[in-house]
Structures are given as structure tokens and as C-alpha cells.
Design a protein around this ligand. Structure first.
Ligand code: SF4
Length: 362
């Protein structure tokens, strides 16, 4: 079955059908030169998409071979090391993850080492990465995989998905990046790139295409076999991180210029009425009414992070009296602190003693 045959005919999306037909730059391929497919016609979509898929694959893989990022987790096929990288990268930028990933693997070199560590040590080791719940999730995955699979992560997608805390993206990343299986996965970058390239989704599309729809597209355009799929998945991530950026895609230097159905960064393809200059766009954005957000220091997320930081700084065996903790926190009421403490305890990030003192979980 061809890639196009596996593609469902995509639904019409606002703004997705006309820009290339109206404004196509100098055609650089048979796909770009062909008339824009009428998206209500599955045969036309299939015909255009087959040619487009082949060109996109070839160009993106060539670009990745020349310009792919040299990231340390791309030098290993250890599923555990890749799991750690993927969990860290979910909400933290690459530059901050690199030294933390290296330090983590020095402290917990194997899945079994992590499973045997105390929860307190795991939370301490996560310091500086934020979103501490990820440390608890990683620890739980290590313990479950050690109990079920003798300290190894399985290569099978369903077996990976059966582990607590592993979702479709992470399972796909392990299957592809550790075991070089021809498996597609969708994260924020991949969703943006694929939906722009094949559907022409404009940069401000609202709502964004659903993850399920984009997963079907990712499955359909995945090259075979596994090693090629590995490079393809990494290339999509790199293109999304460096070129096909969320706000200002760099279409003029993109390897997919001419075969992408969005090419949203080209000035003459900007939606009608968009201010032409950066200053104009800033003024328009500033004038736009926004829902009022509380300062970050007043959010639950901030307070949760400060509470975990406070107990993380304790010596092993030490506890923190609630009144001392309360004195360090801004803008909270006793009820709010109660709620946050109980939520953190339920998440496994702190331990609460009957007298109200706080410690790291054992
Ligand atoms: S950077 Fe532009 S041309 Fe490249 S994939 Fe994104 S929208 Fe398409």
C-alpha cells in the first residue's frame, strides 16, 4: 500500500487549500508545479500526495544528514538512556537537558539502578529540571520494567504502552530511537511540521489538528525500513525545532520550500490583513485583549516547585516544620497550603508526617 493510499482524505481546513495555488513561488518540483489538489476529491489528494511524500522524504533526509543536530542521545541505542532523554525533553529545552541527562546517567547508569534508588534520591537528582512529577514517573517506569522485564525496556510498542507513565509518543520514540523500528510518533514539533507540509495548516490554525489525525498522517508518510525511519523522525524534530518554528517559520531556508503546502513564513503568503512589519505585528499583538493571568509567583505550579525545592534541600532524615515552610512561601493561605501539600503527597513528591512536618518520600 502506498503512502497516499494509507492517507485518509484530509478534511478541508480554514486557509489550507488556496495559498499554494494563488501564490506558489517558482515551482521547484513536480508537486509544486501541479495544480493544488481539490481536497474534497480523494483521488486528486492521493495523486498529489504520493509525489509530494517522495520528494519531502528525500529532501528532509538529505537535510538531516547534512544539518541534523549532534545530540548526545543520538550516539546511543540504549533504550533506558533514550527514555530518560525523552522524559527530560518533554518540558525542558535541549541545552538544559544535556548536562542533566549526562549527570543522571552517571548517577543511575541502568534502569535497575534507577529502580533500586530511593524516591528521595530520584527527586534530588531531578533538581533544576522543573516539572518534578516527571522524576516520579520515570522512577515508576523503572520499577515496573524491572519487575516485569528484568530491568530491560521491551521493544514492542504495546508492551511499552503497558508500562505506567509511557504514552504513545514516548513508546514510539523508544521503539524508533532505541530499536530502530519503523514507528512514527507525534510531538509538538512533528505535529506542526507534518500538518503544515501535507495539509497546509496555517501557523495560527485554531483549533490545531488533533493528535489522532496527525498520528495517522505520520504513520502514512513514514519511510521504511527502520534505520530510515529513525533518521526521518529525528529530522522532523530538528526541522520543527530549528526551521519550521511555531511563530516565525524560516521558509526561505527550509529544505521543503516548494513542496510544503503552507510555506507560511514567506511574506507574500501571510494571511490577508496581517501587518507587514515586525513593529506593526507587535503593536497589533499588544492591542489584542488577553485574559488576565496571575503573576507566575502566585500560581500553584510555582508554589509546588518551591515546596519541593525546600524539602529537596533537607539532609537525609531531616524534616521541615510546616511553619518554617509557610514562612518561605509568598501569597498563600493555610487552606491553599494544605491543598498543595496533600496534592504533592498524593503525587509521591513529598511525605507528610502526622505532626504536619514535611520530608522527601522514602
Ligand atoms: S518552514 Fe515553511 S516551508 Fe518549511 S515546512 Fe515549515 S511552513 Fe513549510
Amino acid at each position: 500500500m502506498t503512502a497516499a493510499a494509507r492517507l485518509r482524505p484530509e478534511p478541508r481546513r480554514p486557509g489550507s487549500t488556496t495559498p499554494r495555488a494563488r501564490h506558489a513561488p517558482q515551482p521547484t518540483s513536480a508537486v509544486a508545479a501541479a495544480p493544488a489538489p481539490h481536497l474534497a476529491d480523494p483521488a486528486a489528494v492521493a495523486a498529489a500526495t504520493d509525489g509530494q511524500v517522495a520528494i519531502v522524504q528525500a529532501r528532509l533526509l538529505e537535510w538531516y544528514g547534512a544539518q541534523g543536530r549532534d545530540l548526545p542521545w543520538r550516539h546511543t541505542r540504549d533504550p533506558y538512556a533514550i527514555l530518560v532523554a525523552e522524559v527530560m525533553l518533554q518540558q525542558t529545552q535541549v541545552d538544559r537537558v544535556i548536562p542533566k541527562w549526562q549527570a543522571w546517567l552517571a548517577q543511575f547508569p541502568t534502569l535497575t539502578d534507577l529502580a533500586e534508588a530511593s524516591r528521595a534520591d530520584v527527586i534530588r537528582a531531578w533538581q533544576g529540571l522543573g516539572y518534578n512529577l516527571r522524576a516520579v514517573r520515570l522512577h515508576a517506569i523503572a520499577r515496573a520494567a524491572t519487575a516485569r522485564y528484568g530491568g530491560q525496556l521491551p521493544s514492542d510498542l504495546d508492551a511499552l504502552l503497558s508500562l505506567p507513565g509511557i504514552g504513545r509518543y514516548t513508546a514510539g520514540a523508544i521503539a524508533s530511537f532505541a530499536f530502530e523500528q519503523p514507528v512514527a510518533m507525534v510531538d509538538t514539533n512533528i505535529r506542526r511540521v507534518l500538518s503544515r507540509v501535507f495539509w497546509g495548516t496555517p501557523p495560527t490554525a485554531s483549533p490545531e489538528p488533533a493528535a489522532r489525525e496527525v498520528q495517522a498522517l505520520a504513520d502514512a508518510v513514514l519511510p521504511q525500513p527502520g534505520p530510515t525511519a529513525y533518521a526521518w523522525n529525528q529530522a522532523l524534530m530538528d526541522l520543527g525545532a530549528t526551521t519550521c518554528r511555531a511563530q516565525q517559520p524560516l521558509c526561505l531556508v527550509c529544505p521543503l520550500l516548494g513542496v510544503c503546502r503552507a510555506q507560511a513564513g514567506l511574506p507574500h503568503l501571510q494571511p490577508a490583513g496581517r501587518p507587514a512589519t515586525a513593529a506593526g505585528r507587535r503593536a497589533t499583538a499588544a492591542a489584542r485583549p488577553r485574559p488576565k493571568q496571575p503573576p507566575f509567583e502566585q500560581t500553584d505550579r510555582y508554589l509546588r516547585g518551591r515546596i519541593v525545592d525546600a524539602v529537596r534541600a533537607l539532609e537525609p532524615g531531616q524534616v521541615l516544620a510546616r511553619r518554617h515552610l509557610a514562612a518561605r512561601l509568598p501569597a498563600h493561605t493555610p487552606d491553599r497550603l494544605d491543598r498543595l501539600l496533600h496534592a504533592l503527597a498524593a503525587d509521591g513528591l513529598i511525605g507528610l508526617a502526622p505532626n504536619g512536618s514535611i520530608r522527601l518520600p522514602s
